[in-house]
Design a protein around this ligand. Structure first.
Ligand code: SAM
Length: 235
């Protein structure tokens, strides 16, 4: 049986039973193999844009004798998909939020998303890009969580398309509408780490010999805003 780290195990837990999954950026295809071994899904498409990881993904699928259930495709983002694939869940993990939102945008405008898929997204950084994309394309965030893997803290964002406008505030886009309402211990730990970084930068700026008024103001605002979020979560 394949073993996944905590990050991808939690991603897998958001894939509905019986889904037809497309895993974008699937380097070793571990996630689709795991989902099939657990009988959570019966088939998947694994996409990779870079040849090396594409070949690794193909090799894993061969090693686990799953060629009849996992199709590995070489190509950019969701553009490897067509309506006939009848994908019901898309996973995009381990990339920056900006790249994930660009992949979603290209998939959406190119008609590669069928409008039915659950999106399970795990941005490493810049999560607000992902939430902004989801809001602007009428996807409602249904689950958010923070996981710890190898001493790093990662956000997982799950969303589904809805037939109405979706609106999130600036604060919700930055920190997550669900995380703000139900902050877990790991989520608060992540915010604390972020704010320690804000503080470090602020201290460096204050020591700088050249005037840094604008930047200082920017980081002071960021620090105070996040401290408010943390204080509310702890109250
Ligand atoms: N998804 C795996 C995970 O979470 O462990 C692998 C993450 S790895 C850091 C990112 C992978 O995404 C790389 O193998 C990279 O080649 C692939 N990738 C980056 N941009 C892509 C794109 N536009 N389409 C498909 N794959 C992409």
């Amino acid at each position: 049986m394949i073993e996944l780290g905590e990050r991808l195990t939690r991603v897998a837990s958001f894939v509905p039973n019986g889904s037809k999954v497309c895993d974008v950026g699937s380097d070793h295809a571990y996630l689709p193999v795991y989902l099939i071994q657990n009988s959570q899904i019966t088939s998947a498409v694994a996409g990779e844009v870079v040849e090396g990881p594409f070949l690794s993904a193909k090799q894993t699928v061969r090693d686990y004798r799953m060629e009849d259930r996992i199709e590995v495709r070489l190509g950019d983002g969701l553009q490897i998909l067509s309506k006939e694939d009848e994908i019901t869940a898309v996973t995009i993990c381990g990339m920056g939020g900006e790249l994930i939102s660009r992949i979603l945008e290209a998939g959406f405008t190119g008609g590669h998303l069928n409008g039915q898929e659950r999106l399970i997204l795990q941005p490493n950084v810049a999560e607000h890009f992902v939430r902004e994309w989801l809001m602007n394309h009428s996807y409602r965030i249904t689950h958010e969580t923070v996981v710890e893997d190898n001493h790093r803290l990662y956000e997982i964002i799950v969303a589904e398309p809805v037939n109405e406008r979706v609106e999130y505030t600036e604060l919700e886009l930055k920190y997550g509408p669900i995380l703000l309402k139900e902050p877990t211990e790991l989520c608060v730990a992540k915010w604390n780490r972020m704010n320690r970084k804000n503080k470090e930068i602020l201290e460096q700026l204050q020591k700088s010999k050249t005037p840094q008024h604008e930047k200082i103001e920017q980081f002071e605002n960021a620090f105070n805003e996040l401290q408010g979020v943390i204080d509310r979560a702890n109250s």
